[in-house]
Design a binder for this molecule. Structure first.
Ligand code: MLC
Ligand code: AMP
Length: 504
């Protein structure tokens, strides 16, 4: 019989022989064994099928981070359903787009947002709206409690879609990124080997579960190695310092590391059991890298990835970790830097970064033209990042061709905010830029051009808050008579960055 490519079947192969081994310990002292995760995910898989989902259907999940959320992710995998996570912060208009585009059969949400979800859920299609709250209560778990604990792991092909995650674009319209069982398996296996994960590791898990970093990198490495986790619903420097003595690995966005360093209680003592600190999702400043090394004696390992590709490059576990670089390509990944005509540039020259490998997604959901546009004829994916590769193969990310802001590890597309602001009466036009920020790396600043009876800057902020997830709301709004444009009529955001770039 041909093996089952289902990601859950691969995780299972790495589960400890004794399933009563701990998978996680949460901040309230609750411990969960591998046996519990296996049993409850089987019940949930049966529940989802009973609620009307059929293999290949999307299950949209907009919930707070919880242990049950992990079980639900595993349930989707084992039932051959497509896991579609959403940031809990999304507002009605954002949700409307995702639900219409993904066409889920089941939407799982927190009870508190059920009325909102009901108001935007498209007519027809969605068969059930079970709830799952941060404390594990809700109708989903009630349903699972009476479902059978016997569930086969559905036979899947490697190319079958396991998860659908959205990323916006420079046009402001989000694209669904189809990730296959093979994409996720191969990347998790590579990371486990490259970062030396084993059953004796305990990961400090503080990242959200609706993005690649917390879901496929953090949780993926743990499940693919039979390791365990100290499980926290969100990042807090205080809680991280308290939990670290019982952990061996931490993963975080650069903000986690700058916040740890801002806490005077953070030092070598709490890191004595730690073997690895991984940073990614946004550029780690060399100052942070050096300060961390000086304070703790540990060298942060920076890696580079994206939702479309999982992880592409990593500084080495053994060997030199270089500040300001994201390391060489991971085994099995090819990376090259090309000019705008698609020709490889000379070593050390800056150009467009392209990647190829088993980690690279299968395409954009229902956007074949966009997929074709973003891949080269020889199958490389255009990352939209500007990079250099040095003589030793170390990649440095030096900029982006995509107009995107990364704030605290979350991607924000200026176009999306500009469209919301431009819609307001009294606004002629706007431009949104990212400004250096000590905490978030970059922070959102909106520049508005009034037209007649213009709204105040706080009215602009309030309008954004009503339409967009909080992390996208501009931290500052500036008024200008006219946007600077080049000869082609394109807004010169670099000029705006120079003018307003300080003090945020
Ligand atoms: C929260 N806020 C943010 C924000 N997070 N604003 C900008 N950027 C962010 N990232 C807002 C809140 O809504 C609030 O606004 C105000 O800022 C203060 O919130 P806070 O209490 O300071 O925020 P906190 O809860 O501490 O969250 C900050 C954070 C969090 C950095 C800990 O954002 C986080 O965990 N980020 C990680 C994101 C992540 O997982 N990225 C990986 C993507 S995968 P107000 O107005 O309501 O007061 C990927 C691929 C790869 O990129 O390579 O990994
Ligand atoms: P996302 O679409 O959320 O997956 O974000 C992916 C983008 O985050 C990449 O295209 C990069 O621009 C950025 N990114 C991820 N890791 C790093 C890193 N270590 N350094 C610089 N940028 C990074």
């Amino acid at each position: 019989m041909i093996g089952n490519a289902n990601l859950y079947a691969h995780y299972q192969k790495h589960f400890p022989t004794d399933l009563d081994t701990h998978l996680l310990l949460d901040a309230n002292g609750r411990s969960v064994t591998y046996a519990e995760a296996d049993g409850v995910s089987a019940r949930l898989a049966n529940s989802l099928l009973q609620l009307g989902a059929i293999r290949g259907d999307r299950v949209t999940v907009q919930v707070e981070k919880s242990v049950e959320n992990v079980f639900l992710y595993l349930a989707c995998l084992r039932a051959g359903l497509v896991y579609h996570p959403l940031n809990i912060a999304y507002k009605a208009s954002e949700l409307d787009y995702f639900l219409t585009d993904a066409e889920p059969t089941i939407v799982v949400c927190d009870s508190a947002v059920l009325p909102l979800i009901k108001s935007v859920v498209p007519a027809g299609g969605v068969k059930a709206l079970p709830t799952l709250n941060a404390d594990g209560t809700g109708t989903l778990m009630q349903h699972a409690a009476v479902a059978s604990a016997e569930a086969d792991v559905v036979q899947c092909k490697g190319v079958d879609m396991a998860a659908l995650l959205y990323s916006s674009g420079t046009t402001g319209q989000p694209k669904g990124i189809m990730l296959s069982h093979d994409n996720l398996r191969s990347n998790a296996e590579t990371l486990v080997a490259s970062w030396g994960f084993s059953a004796s590791d305990r990961l400090l898990h503080m990242l959200p579960l609706y993005h690649v970093h917390g879901l496929f990198v953090g949780l993926g490495c743990v499940l693919m190695s039979g390791a365990s986790m100290a499980w926290h619903s969100r990042f807090s420097d205080k809680a991280a310092i308290a939990a670290m003595p019982d952990c061996t690995v931490m993963m975080g966005v650069p903000t986690y590391y700058t916040r740890l360093l801002a806490n005077p209680e953070f030092g070598p003592e709490c890191c004595s059991n730690m073997r690895l600190f991984v940073s990614g999702s946004a550029p780690l400043l060399s100052e942070t890298f050096v300060e961390f090394q000086t304070r703790t004696g540990h060298t942060i390992l920076e890696r580079y990835g994206m939702t479309e590709t999982g992880m592409n490059t990593s500084n080495p576990l053994h060997g030199e970790r270089r500040a300001g670089t994201v390391g060489p390509p991971l085994p099995g990944v090819n990376a090259r830097v090309v000019d705008d005509a698609g020709q490889c540039v000379a070593e050390g020259e800056t150009g467009n970064l392209q990647v190829h490998g088993p980690n690279v997604f299968t395409g954009y959901w229902r956007m074949p033209e966009k997929t074709t546009e973003d891949f080269t004829d020889d199958g490389f994916f255009n990352t939209g990042d500007k990079a250099t590769i040095d003589a030793d193969g170390y990649v440095s990310i030096v900029g982006r061709t995509k107009d995107m802001i990364i704030s605290g590890g979350l991607n924000i597309y200026p176009k999306e905010i500009e469209l919301v602001i431009d819609d307001m009466a009294g606004i002629a036009e706007s431009a949104v830029i990212g400004i250096a920020n000590a905490d978030f790396g970059e922070a959102v600043l909106a520049v508005i051009v009034p037209d007649g009876n213009a709204p105040t800057t706080s009215e602009v902020t309030a309008h954004c808050r009503s339409m967009l997830a909080n992390f996208k709301v501009p931290k500052r709004v500036e008024v200008i008579d006219e946007l600077p444009r080049n000869a082609m009529g394109k807004v010169q955001k670099n000029v705006l960055r120079e003018r307003f770039g300080s003090a945020l």
